[in-house]
Design a protein around this ligand. Sequence first.
Ligand code: PNW
Length: 478
Amino acid sequence: MSNSSVLPSDFEWGFATAAYQIEGAVAEDGRGKSIWDTFCHLEPTRTKGANGDVACDHYHRYEEDFDLVTKYGAKAYRFSVSWSRIIPLGGRHDPLNEAGIAFYNRLIDSLLKRGITPWVTLYHWDLPQGLHDRYRGWLDVDESQLDFERYARVCYERFGDRVKNWITLNEPWIQSIFGYSTGGNAPGRSSTNAQSEAGNSATEPWIVGKAQILSHARAVIAYKRDFVASQRGRIGISLNGDYYEPWDDSDSRDADAAERRMEFHIGWFANPIFLKKDYPGCMREQLGERLPAFSDAELALLGESDTDFYGMNYYTSQFARHRDGRAADTDFLGNVDELQQNKQGAQVGEESGLPWLRSCPDLFRKHLTRIHGRYGKPIYVTENGCPCPGEENMTRDEAVHDAFRIRYFRSHLDSICKSIGEDGAVVKGYFAWALLDNLEWSDGYGPRFGVTFTDYETLERTPKQSALLLGHMFAERA
Ligand code: PNW
């Protein structure tokens, strides 16, 4: 069937970024430190020597960057607010930083002046260091949710007259697992990583997950109770999660493994948040007491919070193979092996510029359809993109010819159209990751996800071919 007119007329598309990955200006205008500032300056380095001190210097160059968004034809832009710019120490009794608030007011006004709709993520992994120092941040479930609610309220109060699209948290799975199990992301806690000084990979990620779930719920309740009537916006959360197929499709144990893997990835958060119930049974079964329970009061909180949309960050898919025997205490995958080829040796997809990311558009379609079927909320794809093979080592003039990325976007957009048109999923928006090459967290400035090339010496921006193509693709399908 044709793709034309499958996309709803209110379908929104644009580009995404996150504060620490692009802003720089980390010590300017009263910003407090976040756990990523600390993590990027650890010795020996855990981020390939990279840090966000300057990054893309978006703090000073946002006008230029929004000129690009306009040039690319996008009418929406997703960015995140740095909590510690707004509340340098982070806590609910700590002072606000008016200069930080003024920066985001300038951003928002600059977008609106251009007719671009802001989509604001409140938390993209940059917890104020002050809260980590005060009570170990997300490890304190009771304190962190109250501080997050206050931070969210400040954002609604100060920006909500103009911001109508809110995302509470970005990828709580990555925050929990990479931050507190593998230790690969800030704050770098782990008991399985030789570089980590402290942590407990068997228990901490599950506590941190609970803290984020309840923080999300409180932020949603606060918005619905005190703001939505006058501000008329919507609020959701962005969850990551790959789609999994069984490694051996004739083995029901692998089919179970694939399902279990997705429950550990997505159900962990989506069950409490969208279904308003306990974690998936397979998680309880494997993790036992280490998975903190919800009290009646907490379940009531979940019951009261009504999340408007499912933000989906999707990059890749994999095969899952069951493991025999009991799972290790530090396992977070659901006792499965993850593989990029199946039993017959078929590859899950074409390799991009990063080993973990293969292009799997057909499984993206299955993923969209599955998520819509399960959680029943409109889906906004809040991240999707890739680095091209070899792009890391290309010159600017080579990197701008990003045929692989163009194919990736085209095929993934096709999948969205099929999922809507043939499978009945409700998908209402799409944000390409990312507007410009930026700090790829612990991978430093190597991988380039941008549709704009960033020269990190001169900070000059150059549009890649894919930047203009997205506009054409969406126009064709409008
Ligand atoms: C997302 N993985 O993170 C983040 O939201 C972005 O900030 C990031 O730049 C982007 O994807 C590209 O990586 C992920 O290993 C990081 O599966 C790693 C994984 C998935 C998502």
